[in-house]
Structures are given as C-alpha cells and as structure tokens.
Design a protein. Structure first.
Length: 202
C-alpha cells in the first residue's frame, strides 16, 4: 500500500537537538539582571527581531543595554556560541537518513538566531535536509502561517501529505489547521516511535 505521506518537517531545537534553548535564553537574560517582566518583553520584542534577522547580535545586546539598562558589556558578544543545542541528537539524525532512504522529502522549519545558524551551517548539519527554512533568513517566525506555506512551496509538498514535528504546541496548532499531521516532541525515543508508526516502516 502506498504511503499517504511524502514529506516530514522537523524543528531543530527540542526535536533534532535535545535542548530547546528556552532555559539558555532565560539564563542569558537573568545573567545581565533582567526581571521576569523584562524577560517576557525582550522575548516578545528584541529577541523576536533577532530571530527574524532584523537585527544583528551586536544590535541585540545594544538594545538590551539601552532600552532596559541591563548589565551588558563586550564579553557578551558570542554568548550564543556556547549553547549546547547546536549539537543534534544522533538517533534523530539516523531517523532523518532512514526517512530519506525510503523516499521521503525532509525539511527543517526553525526559529533561530543568526550566530547559532552560522555554527550549525558550518558543521554541515543543515545539509542532511532537502530544505532548511530558517527564520533569520526568511523573515518569518513559527507559528506564522506564511513560514509553513513557504516550507511546503520549497519542498513541493502539500500539507495533507506532510508530518510536522515540534516541541511547542503553539507551533503545531497553525500547521494542524493547515492540514499537516502534527507530532508534539517530548523525547527522541517517542519521536522515532511515533514517526515510524505514522509512516509504517521499522
């Protein structure tokens, strides 16, 4: 029987890589004296601009210093290079290769800042995907509908024949409403088991 799915889309942080990055971002802001309220504002505004590619890392830190009076100095440049989520989970990478060998088109849809993108790209990890849709390059963020539409267009895929895996329910809701089959990522083992059940291969 022919498989009903032709494409599988992954998120990076919390899916391909174990670390979602949320705690790392939170710590980066607490280290410079941000309050809970300021953290929420920064994530909504300046960090979103950073992920959209609208501002550089230098500009991001400058904004935090000037807009919030936070304790930012030159030592913070390159801070995000230390994030452990840059390294992918080997078992998820094996799953990606298995899917490709079985004829599936494999895409990545990632909200990501440019310095982390640069490191992942330098290691060649994006090369294992047919397409990598990165927020800092395309100027769109999940859960905006447009980023999923762009991903489908680049992969020559349709939502009704696609699976999307993300560790954030909010990002899945838009995809689900578009017709994707969605999978909330919790652990690598759970991801692998549920994908294998959906596509019918072992």
């Amino acid at each position: 029987m022919e498989n009903k799915y032709s494409a599988v889309f992954f998120d990076w942080s919390g899916v391909v890589a174990d670390d979602s990055g949320d705690d790392f971002i939170d710590l980066s802001l607490r280290d410079i004296g941000a309050t809970d309220l300021q953290i929420r504002e920064i994530i909504k505004n300046e960090f979103s601009q950073f992920m959209l590619g609208q501002i550089s890392e230098n500009k991001y830190w400058d904004k935090l210093k000037n807009n919030y009076g936070l304790n930012v100095d030159d030592s913070h440049i390159g801070y995000f290079n230390n994030w452990q989520g840059i390294k992918p989970n080997i078992y998820i990478i094996e799953l990606v290769y298995k899917l490709k060998s079985n004829g599936f088109k494999i895409g990545l849809i990632s909200n990501i800042i440019s310095p982390v993108r640069d490191i992942i790209k330098r290691f060649g990890y994006y090369d294992i995907f047919n397409e990598a849709i990165l927020s800092c390059e395309v100027g769109l963020l999940k859960p905006q509908k447009e980023i999923y539409e762009l991903a489908l267009h680049r992969m020559d895929a349709v939502a009704q024949e696609s699976i999307f895996i993300d560790d954030k329910q909010l990002n899945l809701e838009t995809a689900n409403n578009m017709g994707f089959v969605t999978l909330l990522a919790k652990t690598p083992e759970q991801i692998i088991n549920e994908v294998n059940k959906l596509i019918g291969i072992k």
